[in-house]
Design a protein around this ligand. Sequence first.
Ligand SMILES: C[S@@+](CC[C@H](N)C(=O)[O-])C[C@H]1O[C@@H](n2cnc3c(N)ncnc32)[C@H](O)[C@@H]1O
Length: 241
Amino acid sequence: MDAVEARYDGVAAAYDTWVGEGSVLADLTFEELVGGVEGQQVCSVACGQGREARYLAAQGAVVTGVDLSENLLALARRHEEAEPIGVSYLQGDAQTLEGLASGSFDGAVCYLALMDIPSLDGVLQSVARILRPGGWFVFSITHPCFKTPATGDLVDHTNKSVRRTVGRYFAEGYWDGPGLYNDALPIGAYHRMLSTYVDALTRAGLVIDQMREPPRDHAPVWQEVPQLLYVRCHRGESRPL
Ligand SMILES: C[S@@+](CC[C@H](N)C(=O)[O-])C[C@H]1O[C@@H](n2cnc3c(N)ncnc32)[C@H](O)[C@@H]1O
């Protein structure tokens, strides 16, 4: 397993401000894929300051949030103290989910974080381990086909439409880019090909049910190609506990 570094510890406050203090998740695609969760045990993997954990708890789930960054977890706990909604937070590595019992969750989510974690197999095998047979897993990632180690936007001078240029798709591994939010946030990430995600899901015994690639309206280019990829899968019955 690769060494584990809590890269978000140093930028926790900036991250909290960026996603919005006390943020409520407002992501219809994610919400649709998750569906009803009332009374379910759900793990929020790499939960950060807890925005999706709070969304799930507000829908009636019993939520455990896990993250590597103590500083982001401190912010998550502060949100919980200010407005108690019953989320438990645990400091831990998503690559092992140590301390969480096998087969103990009805569902799990990982929101915009798989790209931050070195071992994809580690996370997916661990998620599959903590899910009960048939349990669901919803994740979102920056779209691996349109956010690669070399991307940019171009204006087409003929009709002024915006085009996305994509390079280095085959260059899997960690890459460092300019930081988001005035350089305050890490944007470096582990790039993987789409086929790598699908193969790792299969190895973990996670069966894909739905994929979504919605257009987004906060920049013209995301009306042309998808910024994010969402997947809902479930733990196949054949995976041994
Ligand atoms: C882009 S943030 C997303 C946080 C949260 N899901 C959200 O959407 O606000 C990526 C998160 O992954 C967490 N992370 C990175 N590596 C991790 C690991 N090995 N185990 C658990 N969390 C990890 C970071 O600490 C950070 O909170």
